[in-house]
Write a protein that binds this ligand. Structure first.
Ligand code: FDA
Length: 499
């Protein structure tokens, strides 16, 4: 339940006694605002009215995570964890309501990446970014990689907790499909590895959404083999260069290409940008595209051969010649307001819908769609094998609106743009339930409004089944077993299954 003010005081006293000085920041600390903001990516949650944590703990060791959780459990202060801070709704560091009070354990300093080239595995701290992971792997071997996020600043902790996909998903599946072991601090403050946590909890943390079951400290990953040469292209086609026909056909082609070809589309303004990573040479890619998608007109001069790590830099920063060290950048200040939503498409959307969609695009370019094709390895994995259920979809749609002017007018314009487009798309996307990707968190789908007490399972099903379909009930069962008091909770956390 909600902790009265004196409990917050007792909690802070407990942190002071049990954690080393210098890692706990309260509202009284001068550097609290800068520590809080250091990992915030969305300006929507940097306002004076945003409820913020009563304490921020910058953990550098698993024992600090345990200490913070034990103090929280003793004094009724919930603890949220933050790894990379990319949560689309900011739930790793802010709450929607000011009660109950909560604290944040920031994992950013637990970021070691230990690569074992011979075994083709790595142990990775939750606070590492995917960029840290790529960098550490490439430093040790040119023939190993990991199917992580496109953006290198995304945190490993949240990414793997929600599934996680990127440019190699058709070949290797989700990032969470490659987790071999993990260490987690549970609601009692125990530090458990896979053997100690058991297979139910180990199933749940690989895609069941961050912040639900405990705080994952580290992950053991299976690395994947990458070829010495990969090939990339970026081809832009405007609406008057047959982009509508290309988009219509892309829906059939991209999910059924050989699994070593990834071809996604970013639609913005009146242009469809086709972006491809192929795990092989230019000649093979040109031949495959000529056979499967001749309308796109891919030729040798569009294609660039490079190493896998160079392709990571290419898609992260849109260009060649970037130094590898750029993967270690985390970004220090939030620089934009944004709102995103997602859908899954199971049957091709008719051409006329794409044609009418063009009129939706904002003239300032501040709204875009990202279409990520599935198929390949994704469709070979059973929907119940992990919490992530959208294995059979043709593709994922991300709607993304961003703006830089503060104030209600800009916010209203962009929020209504994205909500309007989302409404418009309803007839053409997955139904019963309309699916969504948990790592593109969207509070429009619903929230636990009884965040202070036992959340309503029936209510949570609405968004829970959008994210997890038939896996939601099993997630709630695991939750009831490992965290019956709902210590780890947020506005969209999984409630314990009522008995
Ligand atoms: P953050 O720290 O905000 O955590 C997200 C959630 O997980 C919160 O609920 C948090 O409490 C919880 N959590 C964090 N650490 C935890 C831990 N150690 N143990 C348990 N729970 C924990 N996604 C994708 O699949 N592919 C992509 O290419 C991209 N690209 C991308 C780019 C950019 C710029 C953004 C802002 C986001 C993405 N994403 C993405 C979405 C991303 O996967 C999603 O936001 C992740 O949850 C971010 O993880 P962080 O650790 O950064 O977030």
């Amino acid at each position: 339940g909600a902790a009265p003010a004196n409990q917050t005081g007792d909690f802070l006293g407990c942190l002071a006694v049990n954690l080393p000085p210098g890692i706990v920041y309260t509202h009284a600390s001068q550097s609290y605002p800068s520590v809080l903001e250091s990992a915030i990516k969305n300006l929507r949650f940097v306002t004076p009215g945003t409820p913020t944590p009563v304490a921020l703990v910058e953990a550098t060791d698993a024992s600090h995570v345990q200490g913070a959780v034990r103090c929280g459990a003793s004094y009724g202060v919930h603890v949220r964890s933050r790894s990379g801070g990319h949560d689309y709704e900011g739930l790793s560091y802010r709450s929607v309501n000011s009660t109950p009070p909560f604290a944040v354990v920031d994992m950013g300093a637990i970021r070691e990446v230990r690569v074992d080239v011979r075994r083709e595995t790595a142990w990775v701290g939750s606070g590492a970014t995917l960029g840290d992971v790529y960098y550490a792997i490439a430093n040790k071997s040119a023939r190993l990689g990991f199917p992580g996020s496109v953006g290198p600043t995304v945190g490993v902790g949240g990414f793997l907790s929600g599934g996680g996909f990127g440019l190699m998903l058709r070949k290797h599946g989700l990032g969470s499909d490659l987790v071999l072991d993990a260490t987690i601090v549970d609601a009692k403050g125990r530090l458990l590895d896979r053997a100690a946590m058991g297979e139910d909890l180990f199933w749940a943390i690989r895609g069941g959404g961050g912040g639900n079951f405990g705080i994952v400290v580290s992950w053991k990953l299976r690395l994947v083999r990458v070829p010495a040469t990969v090939t990339v292209f970026t081809i832009r086609r405007s609406r008057d260069q047959s982009a509508t026909d290309l988009l219509t056909k892309w829906q059939q082609v991209a999910p059924s290409l050989p699994s070593d070809v990834f071809l996604r589309v970013v639609v913005q303004n009146q242009v469809a940008q086709f972006e491809s990573l192929y795990l092989g040479t230019r000649a093979n890619l040109v031949a495959t595209m000529a056979a499967r998608f001749p309308e796109l007109g891919v030729n040798s001069s569009n294609c660039i051969e490079m190493t896998w790590i160079q392709s990571v830099l290419y898609f992260a920063f849109y260009g060649t010649g970037q130094p590898m060290e750029r993967l270690l950048e985390r970004g220090t200040k939030p620089d934009r307001f944004f709102k995103a939503k997602s859908d899954y498409v199971e049957e091709s959307i008719p051409r006329h819908v794409w044609e009418s969609n063009w009129s939706w695009f904002l003239k300032d370019g501040a709204g875009l769609l990202i279409l990520d094709p599935y198929g390949g390895e994704m469709s070979r994995i059973a929907p119940a094998a992990t919490p992530f259920p959208h294995r059979q979809a043709l593709y994922n749609v991300q709607y993304y609106g961003f703006w830089s002017e503060s104030g209600a007018a800009a916010s209203d314009l962009h929020m209504s743009w994205i909500r309007g487009l989302y409404r418009e798309m309803e007839p053409y996307v997955s139904k019963n339930p309309r699916g969504a990707y948990v790592n593109y968190r969207d509070l429009d789908l619903g929230v636990n409004d009884d965040v202070a007490g036992v959340a309503s399972y029936e209510k949570a099903r609405v968004w829970g089944e959008a994210y997890f379909k038939g896996n939601f009930e099993r997630l709630a069962t695991v939750k009831a077993k490992v965290d019956p008091d709902n210590f780890f909770m947020n506005e969209q956390s999984i409630p314990p299954l009522p008995n």
